[in-house]
Ligand binder design. Structure first.
Ligand code: PLP
Length: 407
């Protein structure tokens, strides 16, 4: 079966086989990995190897901590805002007394997940602002599907000392991804770029192209799309931002943060402050090792992602309007989550044809291609574990469907 679901996704088959063995009998120890103590030397080796391989894959600088947390991407919607507001209060102790609304937290709302992250920050009392909301662009009709040029963004002034600029590199639901090479950091005004902590949610495209970690304060991702099984969320965070315990900021108007969300707590304890998601860390570590040693690292993954998504977009482009992308702006169409409608002879989306297309996919062994309920249509997700050969099966089904509809 070819799983093109948006997540949780598949893992490479060799990794699954090794993980299956490892949870029965890890390395001939007579015990499964998940039965070991999380504080044992054996698990420590697994954790350290996973961290070291991820550091190599993404060229993570030494002044960044790599944290293996729980709670999913959703927990990071809260944790990023809380930790950065706490760091802001420690760094600028008089700020909140002078500006009771607190420092601005800027959000680039390019899709459903940034919209959710921003609502959560607001709910927690942050002074959250949208630098743009793609649903409100001319011609958007309340839908995501474009990213305006940086010159049109309403960034807070650097003098206002924003606590962060938050973006999502690939919006999984809407199929919107920043055009390669990624978020346009170099186009931000210099004073802003040099002073405002940048936060990236890379849950659905991490390890599919290089990212300049050093230009970010925080890069986080849940494992269950491009890496491994659900349960672990990796947070890569600049150590200087977590050097002080956030409780220090409470006296200066900073938030009080639940212990399990405090980055410093996890950093000081090497991700073993409490019991970590051992299986998810183990399986993710196997994926990191496999990508690094057998699949050409992130550069290898990037060229496969370009090739796979390019092949599908080519069929869409040559389908005479049968397949129509839901993302209006061509250069931000995602390489990971390809969203499109199947249209009738009148050019309008046809649910009957979409049902038929899903059935054709199923006949070819392809599962989970129905779009997210908020977007409708079809979404084919081509994460790292989807092979070029599997993608060609999809391409063939699409080509055959074009023919069938023309008959
Ligand atoms: N961010 C992105 C880009 C996602 O795709 C998702 C999940 O689909 C999330 C955040 C939320 O992640 P979780 O379900 O792990 O909380």
């Amino acid at each position: 079966t070819i799983n093109l679901g948006a997540g949780p996704s598949s893992l490479p088959t060799p990794v699954l086989l090794e993980a299956a063995q490892g949870i029965v009998d890890f390395g001939g120890s007579g015990m499964g990995l998940t039965e070991l103590s999380h504080r044992s030397a054996t698990f420590q080796r697994v954790l350290s190897a996973a961290e070291a391989d991820l550091r190599s894959l993404l060229a993570v600088p030494d002044d960044y901590a790599v944290l293996f947390m729980q709670g999913g991407g959703t927990e990071q919607f809260s944790a990023t805002a809380l930790n950065l507001l706490a760091a802001h209060a420690v760094a600028h102790p008089d700020y909140v007394a002078q500006h009771p609304a607190g420092p601005p937290c800027d959000y680039a709302v390019s899709g459903s997940w940034t919209a959710k992250a921003m609502s959560e920050a607001k709910r927690l009392g942050a002074n959250a602002r949208a630098v743009f909301d793609a649903r409100k662009l001319p011609g958007a009709d309340g839908r995501f599907g474009a990213i305006p040029p940086v010159a049109e963004w309403q960034l807070s002034a650097a003098e206002e000392k924003p606590a962060m600029l938050y973006y999502c590199d690939n919006e999984t639901v809407d199929g919107v991804e920043y055009a390669s090479p990624g978020f346009p950091i170099a186009e931000l005004p210099q004073a802003y770029r040099e002073s405002v902590p940048l936060v990236a949610d890379c849950s659905s495209n991490i390890l599919s192209r290089p990212i300049d970690v050093a230009a970010h304060a925080i890069v986080f991702f849940g494992a269950q799309k491009n890496v491994g099984p659900a349960g672990v969320t990796v947070v890569i965070v600049r150590r200087s931002l977590i050097a002080e315990h956030p409780d220090k900021g409470v006296a200066h108007g900073g938030p009080r943060i639940p212990t399990t969300l405090v980055y410093k707590q996890h950093a000081d304890n090497g991700s073993l402050y409490n019991t970590p998601p051992m299986f998810a860390i183990y399986a993710s570590g196997l994926v990191f090792a496999d990508l690094l040693r057998n699949r050409g690292g992130v550069t290898g993954a990037a060229s496969r992602a370009d090739m796979k998504s390019g092949a599908v977009y080519d069929v869409i482009a040559s389908s005479n309007g049968l397949f129509q992308p839901t993302v209006r702006q061509a250069d931000v169409r995602s390489r990971m989550n390809i969203c499109f409608r199947v249209c009738g002879a009148d050019g309008a989306p046809s649910e009957a044809r979409e049902t038929a297309f899903v059935a054709r996919c199923k006949e070819a062994g392809i599962e989970q291609v129905k779009g997210h309920r908020s977007v409708g249509g079809i979404r084919t997700s081509l994460y790292n574990a989807v092979t070029p050969e599997q993608t060609l099966v999809l391409v063939d089904v699409m080509k055959a469907f074009v023919k069938e509809m023309q008959e």
